[in-house]
Design a protein around this ligand. Structure first.
Ligand code: ATP
Ligand code: MG
Length: 428
């Protein structure tokens, strides 16, 4: 026999037993985003490779080594999206959505990065992304933080996450700081790990983001970007923190917080947890005003964040496991040719009159006994039973599968009324 084909490493299936939990979390996310008047946008998973090279930056982890890039049949280089910001902005520019207006958008879906798979780190993972355009801040910066804060409250994980915030300043301030940083790290060249040595001249800020414990001492003594910010950048950050103070959202200024991608400026923030090992960032975002012009648009403002759904789900599962709904609520047992037809018709009638109910019709035949076994397994509350006799008399037998209640014989209309009364007792 041929061996079974397995999923690609780092790309996981979400099985039916877990989809209820995902659905419940997604429902809360939708509600919260709606409450802030954010609109959904749906974007392609594949984009031209150039889009990511131009936006994320050539010397970032993603572009250097994590992208799934291939040539399509026309010889064009395409990439499975490693993040959503670039595609979202591409779409808005392409459709002229940024012209003289502000936008508050969100999207959700799979992202792809060729990383070393481990708990909380996958090659296909799901992100919720939020992007806003046309607002200078700092009020919108505070708003997207408030939105995430409300999300944690609604999901019951507020106590498990900490907000860290920092400012990357303007491009000029960052360049000045960058020089100081290179100077500082150059003194410790021997002690820098391989990644950091490579980044020293290409992307020295990324060294601050190292997850290597051996590097922590050098990193924590490095000059802090906050000391190189001009008055305006400082005021922007302060205005945000004042709003957060007023609204009762706790935060910590983390002067070492940088983001892995090139396009950030000014506000950056992360929500981190200590409960998921080293994959502790569940949500990360920041301002990226410069990216719009970089992708060919008129200079404009932009701020957003991305949230790792697997990490969020892992946290939510620590506080509450949502029980999956029963697979079915009603199971239709039918034996004999005439009963098969009548059963299908009855099921359709139930779906028309009681559209909220889950009706599973026994397909594939079987004796009464084997069909009862399947009915039991389906988790249904009631079995509707049709054999030759029932069909002749125009009735159906209803049996409770979870209580000792006696079996009833009813005509179809009475059966529908009975089910309505059982499942929707107050609306009768
Ligand atoms: P990390 O430092 O953990 O690699 P990142 O800076 O690369 O994260 P972003 O690009 O900011 O991550 O993505 C936003 C969020 O998406 C992260 O905070 C995380 O929750 C999630 N995320 C990123 N990469 C992965 C992955 N490979 N698997 C699962 N979730 C991920
Ligand atoms: Mg990463």
């Amino acid at each position: 026999m041929a061996s079974n084909i397995q999923a690609i490493r780092g790309m996981h299936d979400i099985l039916p037993e877990h989809t209820a939990q995902w659905f419940a979390v997604e429902k809360v996310i939708r509600e919260v985003l709606g409450a802030y008047a954010y609109q959904e946008i749906r974007l392609p998973i594949l984009e031209k490779t150039e889009l990511f090279k131009r936006s994320i930056g050539e010397v970032t982890d993603i572009v250097e080594k994590e992208m799934y890039t291939f040539e399509d049949r026309n010889g064009e280089s395409l990439t499975l999206r490693p993040e959503g910001t670039a595609g979202c902005l591409r779409a808005c520019l392409e459709h002229g959505l940024l012209h003289n207006q502000v936008l508050r958008l969100w999207y959700q879906g799979p992202m792809f990065r060729h990383e070393r798979p481990q708990k909380g780190r996958y090659r296909q993972f799901y992100q919720l992304g939020v992007e806003t355009y046309g607002m200078e801040g700092p009020d919108i910066d505070a708003e997207i933080i408030l939105l995430t804060h409300r999300l944690w409250q609604r999901l019951g994980i507020r106590e498990k996450v900490e907000l860290q915030i920092n400012s990357l300043g303007t491009i000029d301030e960052r360049l000045r700081y960058r020089e100081k940083l290179v100077e500082y790290f150059s003194q410790y060249l021997e002690q820098l790990d391989e990644d950091s040595q490579r980044r020293l001249h290409s992307n020295p800020l990324r060294i601050l983001d190292t997850k290597n414990p051996a590097m922590q001492a050098i990193v924590s003594d490095a000059p802090a970007l906050l000391d190189y910010l001009g008055a305006e950048s400082k005021a922007h950050l302060q205005a945000i923190t004042e709003m957060l103070d007023t609204l009762g959202v706790a935060y910590r200024i983390n002067p070492r917080l940088v983001r892995g991608l090139d396009y950030y400026c000014n506000t950056v923030f992360e929500w981190v947890t200590t409960e998921l090992g080293s994959q502790g960032t569940i949500c990360a975002g920041g301002r990226y005003d410069g990216l719009i012009a970089q992708l060919g648009g008129k200079p404009n403002y932009a701020i957003g964040f991305a949230l790792g759904m697997e990490r969020l789900l892992a946290l939510v599962e620590m506080v509450s496991v949502i029980q999956a709904d029963p697979v079915a609520e009603i199971y239709v047992i039918r034996v004999g040719v005439a009963a098969e037809c009548a059963g299908m018709r009855l099921a359709e009638q139930i779906r028309s009159t009681l559209p909220g109910l889950k009706v599973m019709v026994n397909c594939g035949g079987g004796s009464f006994k084997s069909q009862f076994k399947r009915a039991d397994k389906s988790e249904a509350k009631y079995a509707l039973i049709l054999g030759e006799d029932e069909v002749k008399q125009g009735v159906v037998a209803i049996k409770s599968l979870r209580t000792e209640a006696e079996q009833q014989i009813l005509n179809f209309d009475a059966a529908l009324a009975f089910l309505a009364a059982q499942f929707y007792p107050s609306s009768g």
